[in-house]
Design a protein around this ligand. Sequence first.
Ligand code: VGL
Ligand code: ZN
Length: 201
Amino acid sequence: MRALVIIDVQNDFIPGGALAVPEGYKIVELINKLQHKFDLVIATQDWHPEDHSSFAVNHPEKKEFEKITWKGREEVLWPVHCLQSSWGAKFHPDLRTSKIEAIFRKGTNPEMDSYSAFYDNGHLKTTGLAGYLKEKGVDELYFCGLAAEICVYFSVMDALEEGFDATIIEDATRALDTTDFENAKKNILEKGGKITTSLTI
Ligand code: VGL
Ligand code: ZN
């Protein structure tokens, strides 16, 4: 059974938002068209409290997009984005949501960022997504959404780790940094993941 996982198609990741991914709006209609080809559609939302440790403003003297060591790991500092219940955290208004059966929210713990749909960045806490999908009998996951080399990428890598067959739909995602996405794709292929386009789905 195949599921489509729509990652963070939220206003803040689309031009006009706080952490805009170039061309982010270009994938929305495509994702709408893809949804009916799947047995199950689920989505994620980045969902941060104001005091979240990934926000540069919460670290005096630090700048946006700077890297810091946080709880023993390297983390990137971002502009304030996807504040819980804000406009920026809402799905893009053109995204079709009627087929989305469940929404998994991540990034709620102020002490820990959470890129993947499955785990926080420290792999300490699960969102419950793997168990949910397994209980539904899903074995093949197709990923789309934003941003390609961050939340989509880490979700694909965790999906592979959890034993799912995982594919990224390349034209239904966009990257903040295209060079990083090229490296991310290599890692996905090396780990046994697949890269495809919407034409073959
Ligand atoms: C994301 C940076 C920070 C993403 C979320 O959805 O890719 N990127 N928070
Ligand atoms: Zn975030």
